[in-house]
Design a protein around this ligand. Structure first.
Ligand code: AMP
Length: 187
């Protein structure tokens, strides 16, 4: 049976956001560590990325950060955890995918959105079946789900695809939803 050993978290790199978003990243980090699930992430020490990684590490959990060389100073690599420095964004993204069993998308900007949507596009092409949960406490991702419904209403993407995506408000629910989906895929 497949178990969720590693979860890749996509999230914002900005520190200039409401503190509740940073706190949610910290809560997620604590929950991952508590469940013995390794965090795979972009390697930065800034924004929600840094908050989540510090929280996992602080709670005794495992972290793998994957950082492209050209972003080392801008995203302030978090050196206290295991990290890999790669040459470009594509290598980073591929490695984050390869090292993970599932994905959680926290509030973030265009980088977060790009990463999440590319993984979803690979799922749409049946290149993988790793599940993804969007996590927010305030409906941050609701407009994304509205857009998905709009696309599905227009019959550009089948309804069945919508079932692959979950929208959760607590880290525990997001982790449980991903574990459930992986177990169902196995059956
Ligand atoms: P943002 O959501 O814009 O704050 O970005 C979050 C993270 O996504 C940052 O670490 C960015 O470096 C990263 N990112 C942005 N674009 C890409 C991309 N094309 N591939 C991989 N990571 C990216």
């Amino acid at each position: 049976m497949t178990v969720v050993k590693s979860i890749c978290v996509y999230c914002g790199a900005s520190d200039d956001v409401q503190k509740d978003y940073i706190r949610l990243a910290e809560k997620l980090g604590k929950a991952l560590a508590g469940r013995g699930i390794r965090l795979v992430y972009g390697g930065g020490g800034v924004g929600l990325m840094g908050a989540c990684a510090r929280s996992v590490h602080g709670a005794g959990g495992k972290v793998l950060g994957i950082m492209p060389r050209f972003l080392l100073t801008k995203e302030m690599i978090y050196e206290d955890v295991e990290h890999v420095i790669v040459e470009d964004m594509h290598t980073r993204k591929q490695m984050m995918f390869d090292e993970s069993d599932a994905f959680i998308v926290l509030p973030g900007g265009i980088g977060t959105l790009e990463e999440a949507v590319e993984i979803l596009s690979w799922a749409r092409l049946n290149l993988h079946a790793k599940p993804m949960a969007f996590l927010d406490e305030d409906g941050f991702w609701a407009p994304f789900f509205e857009l998905m419904d709009h696309i599905i209403d227009g019959r550009f993407t089948p309804k069945s695809f919508r079932a692959m995506l979950v929208h959760c408000t607590t880290p525990e629910d997001a982790i449980d939803a991903l574990c459930d989906r992986i177990v169902k895929l196995d059956q």
